[in-house]
Design a protein around this ligand. Structure first.
Ligand code: NAP
Length: 327
């Protein structure tokens, strides 16, 4: 059982703590939730009390000096992933780092190089890559039931303008890195890496993207039309269109069902999502399994895909005119 620690005691950190507790209750002891660190000791102690965590630290550095910590879940804003992941690696800890993995591709490359140099696992916590529904979607599309897949649409949007990390350029804010990353990953999981990308954004007064329209094309004629937003709610649908029918994925940010229709718009298949604890358990299980096996890269999210995703988003930010203080 790996001793896991949470770095940053915010919203997603609480969901991860709940996930690990539910895993343990369900008899899965791949990891045990050993420690949490927040920038404020009282908040860390409160978080530890709420989630039954043994150790609470009032500084990230102090927690990383704890020899018992083996795997750290980095749950801070994207702007700080580079700094915090580097700290973890320099203290000899394996890392599961929240999405977006970094603020840009340069940071992502440096982080992954450091992990390689140190012989530690580092993986991006983009949950949809690790979930079993990913494989179900691939099986349905590859079965030929919709003929040749040619076109894809996907969207994700929430009204999250009240969050500082969404609106501030210094926290790598904007819709793209926070929610746009999901339709992008969805498109890449189905069609692979695109050959061309075009992005248009509606920017805030502070210069971060509030709404994104993204069109990806592939040399073999496939196309994906995606959108993301931080200022309104979307239906979260993903649709894959083929020559003989189409597949509707309900909620691309944690697929709940897959429904297949034929060219006459008749439903011909339906695949519900298997029971989940929270949906985040799969990334934890895979990271732990890799560490135990001495494998430094999770097969569900290879390092090259993490870098590629950051490169794609760098290019899109460039096209939209979104600039962060750190590039
Ligand atoms: N996978 C998913 O489904 C999912 C869902 C939501 C968010 N996320 C990702 O998780 C990360 C955190 O998101 P969140 O919603 O949990 O954010 P949040 O509630 O704002 O929490 C972020 C935490 O980061 C820490 N932090 C360290 N330096 C900071 C700084 N300079 N400014 C602000 N916070 C700082 C704070 O922890 P302390 O002060 O407690 O140390 C804060 O509690 C983001 O990268 C986000 O994209 C992923």
């Amino acid at each position: 059982m790996l001793h896991m620690a949470i770095l940053g005691a915010g919203r997603i950190a609480a969901t991860m703590a709940e996930t690990i507790n539910r895993m343990n209750q369900a008899g899965n002891h791949a990891v045990s939730l050993y420690a949490v660190a927040a920038r404020d000791l009282e908040r860390a102690q409160q978080f530890a009390k709420t989630h039954g965590i043994e150790q609470a630290y009032g500084s990230y550095e102090e927690m990383l000096q704890d020899q018992r910590v083996q795997l750290v879940y980095v749950a801070t804003p994207h702007s700080h992933h580079h700094q915090h992941v580097m700290m973890c690696l320099d203290h000899g800890k394996h890392v599961l780092c929240e999405k977006a993995f970094a603020a840009n591709a340069r940071q992502a490359r440096e982080m992954l190089q450091r992990a390689k140099d140190k012989g530690l696992l580092l993986t991006e916590a983009i949950w949809t890559r690790y979930q079993p529904m990913r494989e179900t979607i691939a099986q349905v599309v590859n079965s030929g039931v919709i003929g040749e897949p040619r076109m894809l649409t996907a969207n994700l949007g929430y009204e999250i303008m009240g969050k500082e990390r969404i609106v501030e350029p210094a926290l790598a804010g904007g819709a793209l890195l926070d929610v746009g990353i999901y339709p992008l990953n969805f498109a890449e999981m189905v069609f692979g890496a695109p050959d061309q990308v075009h992005a248009v954004g509606v920017l805030s007064d502070k210069g971060v993207d509030l709404q994104d329209s993204m069109t990806l094309t592939w040399k073999d004629g496939k196309m994906a039309v995606l959108n993301a937003g931080a200022n309104c709610v979307s239906d979260r649908m993903g649709v894959i269109y083929g020559t003989r029918g189409f597949v509707v994925v309900e909620n691309i940010n944690n697929p709940q069902s897959i429904t297949v229709y034929d060219a006459k718009y008749q439903q011909i298949e339906h695949h519900p999502c298997p029971a989940q604890l929270t949906g985040y358990e799969y990334e934890v299980v895979e990271a732990a399994r890799c560490i135990e096996a001495g494998v430094l890269e999770c097969p569900s999210m290879p390092h090259q895909d993490t870098i590629h995703m950051m490169e794609l988003m760098d290019e899109m930010r460039h096209q939209m005119g979104v600039h962060y203080p750190f590039g």
